[in-house]
Design a protein around this ligand. Sequence first.
Ligand code: PAF
Length: 281
Amino acid sequence: MNTVKTIEEARHQVKVWKKEGYSIALVPTMGSLHDGHESLIKRAAKENEKVVVSIFVNPIQFGPNEDLASYPRNLTKDKLLCESAGANLIFAPEASEMYQKEVPTNVSVQELAVGLCGAKRPGHFDGVCTVVSKLFNIIPADKAYFGEKDAQQLAIIKRMVRDLNFDIEIIGCPIVREEDGLAKSSRNVYLSSKEREAALILNKSLTKARQALSDGEKSTETLKKIIIQQLKTETLAKIDYIDVVDAASLTAIEFVRKPILVAIAVYIGKTRLIDNFIYES
Ligand code: PAF
């Protein structure tokens, strides 16, 4: 497995593989890879002949008061995980390779970015769409793999691909959890041991909501109340948002009908964690 830092090198390798007729997968990441990323890479390796993992902490998707500077980075460890999971190439550019000095041309999927994380992180999804578009142009893969933990990101990228006619198939992969239920996230390393324990409240509150749905609950307000009630039992948890939306349009709904997305963002201390589930009614 090779690691390249320039667009030219990545393009060259992918061109060679294309010419040789290989099917190619892209797994876009910001590094600090964990079991969730590993599951994406393994699935990509199972379904494609060549797998490119991009590792790039994309500055334009972070807000001014967010954790760009402290975002965990560990390329040496990431390389080992990529290699053992079956990747063939890592594309790990510097920011100066990806962006010129001027404000970059922007890709924006406005409709789906209004609520959930979009409401709390203005400009975040423009940054994601812009970098993902660039990656799709640099590495013209057949398929790209994204985690369902970032449910809004996945919906937005699917819409962007449809609307801008990118010739790539987007594959969503299930959330990977720790044994005790905490969703794997690169940001979990920020948690102290007390906070790590407290963070279990995210999955516990979603489990309660899922149970209520299975018991026949139809009111999205009631579902939100159930989640709030649970989250309030944990003193270290501060709610950022709780949303129950139509899973495709991400718009608010009053009653459960089609597949719904139940998504939450919660601060545990200073760390903002997200989690969700999709319920097919
Ligand atoms: O999900 C992520 O890690 C990032 O948002 C992505 C898709 C790699 C774009 O920077």
